[in-house]
Design a protein around this ligand. Structure first.
Ligand SMILES: [Zn+2]
Length: 189
């Protein structure tokens, strides 16, 4: 990963036209084919609610490079403006989960520009939840977990992967290590 940027909405909505502005004009973007499983999804990994995205590139030497962008101004209903960082931590860690996946080639096939988007979302969410639990970022953990629980009945790819996260035989979204760590941090048994 070579960069993390907080950017304004208009740049976020038209990233392809702004990579030069952000300093990446010498890189070639990889457009992943996500097939028909998520036709409500952009080929870029963009989160509607978390407001972040990860984009993969190759440089002149053929090396894989990735860049994360996050919404600079996110809306919060809270009177405490600094709580936006609770959301930003969740967004950032989710995107770093995608980078981890991308660099290890778990659900991303860089050579063939292939991507299993459902598995990639599951991987990134679990990766983020685990990091937040281990680091004691309990507010961010709760925000992400709550968002996933709320999305279980959504239509489209989001409902699809959150339902899979929630299956008893699935990757165990509500894994005890996360809940235990955050409960312990609050002094709750
Ligand atoms: Zn994602």
């Amino acid at each position: 990963m070579i960069g993390v940027h907080e950017i304004d909405r208009d740049i976020f909505e038209d990233l392809d036209a702004n990579w030069g502005e952000l300093g990446y004009s010498d890189l070639t973007q990889i457009h992943f084919d996500i097939g028909a499983v998520a036709n409500d999804y952009d080929s870029r990994i963009a989160e509607a609610n978390l407001r972040g995205s990860t984009t993969a590139f190759v440089d002149a030497d053929g090396q894989l490079r990735s860049v994360i962008v996050l919404y600079k101004n996110i809306k919060t209903t809270s009177q405490h403006g600094k709580l936006k960082y609770v959301l930003k931590i969740a967004s950032l860690l989710h995107e770093i989960g995608h980078v981890e996946d991308l660099e290890k080639g778990i659900n991303f096939d860089v050579e063939n520009a292939g991507l299993d988007i459902i598995e990639a979302e599951i991987f990134a969410h679990l990766w983020a939840l685990e990091r937040m639990a281990k680091s004691g970022y309990c507010q961010s953990y709760d925000v992400l977990l709550g968002g996933l629980k709320d999305a279980i009945n959504d239509k489209g790819y989001r409902g699809n992967y959150t339902a899979q996260l929630n299956r008893p035989a699935g990757p165990q979204l509500f894994r005890p290590c996360g809940l235990t760590a955050c409960s312990a941090a609050r002094g709750v048994s």
